[in-house]
Write a protein that binds this ligand. Structure first.
Ligand code: CA
Length: 224
């Protein structure tokens, strides 16, 4: 998970970066509003933590411009201002939450986690590739109008491949994402599950969607 921090106060920025880093997040810090807006527009982040009073342009402007450009990036405001008007202003602009300085790191962490969980639910419910459709919330898979019965692990594996259609995923990445652990030595488990998945989602159909990329991993995509 990558987090963008736009904060001009070096002490706060350092404290946030260190704390988030210790909890497994990758945090980029910029100290200027203009640079913050540029970073938010050109890079992919799971969340932005914005100070309100910033050199360059303020946090409200960053959020307004992001939303105007169609960005759904979750935003948590961090500010010394604590008036009802400010709070309403931020939420009306589409901020996800608001934290008043000074705050405890544990509180920030809790808010960040809540927002990120919500973000996951906001992802599209169904993904379609060729004649295959997966419903991520209802855990249903259909191909060519036929319902496919998958085990929970097969479903997790297929949903990862579908959500990242066209992207070659290494065995290590798949193992981490689906089994939530490191299989540095034994990634054979991935191959075994891919084989089982293919029996159900590819073998009965003329067009194959799961492809092996020698030496790199697997990719799901429609090939002509
Ligand atoms: Ca500031």
């Amino acid at each position: 998970m990558r987090i963008l921090i736009v904060e001009d106060e070096p002490k706060t920025a350092a404290f946030l970066t260190k704390g988030l880093g210790e909890h497994g997040f990758v945090a980029d810090v910029v100290a200027n509003g203009r640079d913050g807006l540029h970073a938010a527009r050109t890079q992919t982040y799971d969340l932005a933590v914005l100070d309100v009073m910033l050199p360059g342009c303020d946090g409200w402007t960053i959020l307004r411009e992001l939303r105007a450009a169609g960005s759904q990036m979750p935003v948590l405001f961090l500010t010394a201002k604590d008036t009802v008007a400010d709070r309403v202003n931020g939420l009306e602009l589409g901020a996800d939450d608001y934290l008043v300085k000074p705050f405890a790191f544990s509180e920030l962490l809790a808010r960040v986690r809540t927002i990120l969980r919500r973000g996951v639910a906001r992802q599209p419910e169904t993904v379609r590739v060729a004649d295959m459709e997966i419903d991520l919330l209802k855990h249903k898979v259909q191909r060519d109008g036929r319902r496919l019965d998958l085990s929970p692990k097969e479903f997790a594996l297929l949903s990862l491949l579908m959500r990242r259609v066209g992207e070659v995923l290494s065995r290590t990445l798949i193992a981490e994402q689906v089994w939530d652990m490191n299989f540095n030595s034994d990634t054979n488990v991935v191959d075994v599950h891919i084989r089982r998945l293919r029996v159900k989602v590819d073998d009965p159909f003329p067009k194959k969607l799961i492809h092996t990329v020698r030496g790199a991993g697997y990719v799901l995509e429609e090939r002509s």
